[in-house]
Design a protein around this ligand. Structure first.
Ligand code: FE
Length: 185
């Protein structure tokens, strides 16, 4: 099965599930994040990263109240392992860092925490809370940290009930252009 078919199947099978504690589905959330990335004229890799930033949730198929149960499912680690089979660091790293980006922004932008949804604040606690200064410095030393912060902001906004977006097929060209075999690094 090609990765494109695999991605479409993951969205077909699990995309209709609610996005943890929010009023949009996994698919709506992913498509809204990818649309934000496309609207900002991002690279194919970053649009792909936005579309697939929560693929770990689709792969895991965990109950949508998982955070209320006090579990951090480490979806970003599971997702980036899977993505790493097909994509390079320009797709995998921003995606893998999108949880750290939340912890980072909570420290460097004091007003950021107030913009987070209740579900996001709850998961923040399970993810370790805001970064300390050493963690901030380490995060900023990652060559992909700026992309991770951009992705994080799209992620935070991609929770709009009823927003019209293109479907997964619309994003195929970006996914194809980002595949390791099409963009050797
Ligand atoms: Fe997300």
């Amino acid at each position: 099965m090609s990765v494109l078919v695999e991605i479409e199947k993951l969205f077909e099978n699990h995309g209709g599930e609610l996005y943890f504690g929010e009023l949009v589905t996994q698919a709506e959330h992913a498509l809204q994040a990818a649309l934000e990335a496309e609207t900002e004229g991002s690279t194919s890799a970053l649009i792909t990263s936005a579309l697939l930033h929560d693929v770990g949730h689709l792969l895991q198929g965990l109950p949508e109240d998982i955070a209320q149960q006090g579990v951090d499912a480490h979806h970003e680690v599971i997702g980036s392992k899977w993505l790493g089979k097909y994509f390079g660091a320009d797709v995998c790293e921003p995606m893998c860092l999108h949880v750290d980006a939340k912890r980072y922004l909570c420290t460097v932008e004091p007003e950021y925490l107030a913009t987070l949804s209740d579900a996001s604040v709850l998961s923040l606690k399970l993810q370790g809370g805001p970064f300390n200064p050493e963690q901030v410095a380490k995060f900023e030393s990652n060559p992909h940290f700026k992309e991770a912060v951009r992705l994080r902001r799209w992620d935070d906004r991609a929770k709009i009930v009823g927003l019209e977006t293109p479907d997964v097929a619309h994003f195929r060209p970006y996914i194809e252009a980002s595949l390791k075999m099409n963009s050797p690094q």
